[in-house]
Design a protein around this ligand. Structure first.
Ligand SMILES: [Zn+2]
Length: 106
């Protein structure tokens, strides 16, 4: 399958799921600040405050708004560093956004 939206040279299909792969280089650039994008819009702090008191609801809010995004950001950065390292060795590597397969290319 030829992707008309990406008429670049070197565009390849994922060997696993046959979807168009993207340059890991480009992908790694847009993955910054991953943690801040995560918001499931489920705020249970009022219910928790009602049943367990304000201390519990503070702890909940602390976890939800600080610990959770922070750890997600850390995870994202860790992965980004790993990709950056890989890109040093294999600058033309491709990634499949569908299944996460990474194709190491020189
Ligand atoms: Zn794939």
């Amino acid at each position: 399958m030829y992707d008309l939206d990406n008429p670049e040279q070197g565009v390849r299909e994922c060997p696993k799921c046959r979807r168009t792969m993207q340059y890991l280089r480009a992908y790694n650039k847009i993955r910054r600040n991953e943690g801040y994008m995560i918001d499931d819009e489920k705020d249970h702090s009022r219910a928790i405050g009602f049943w367990f008191g304000w201390v519990a609801s503070m702890l909940y809010l602390f976890f939800r708004n600080i610990v959770q995004p922070f750890s997600a950001k850390q995870e994202g950065e860790k992965r980004q560093r790993r990709f950056a390292l890989l890109l040093k060795k294999h600058p033309e590597s491709l990634i499949c956004l569908h299944c996460g397969y990474i194709w190491k290319l020189p």
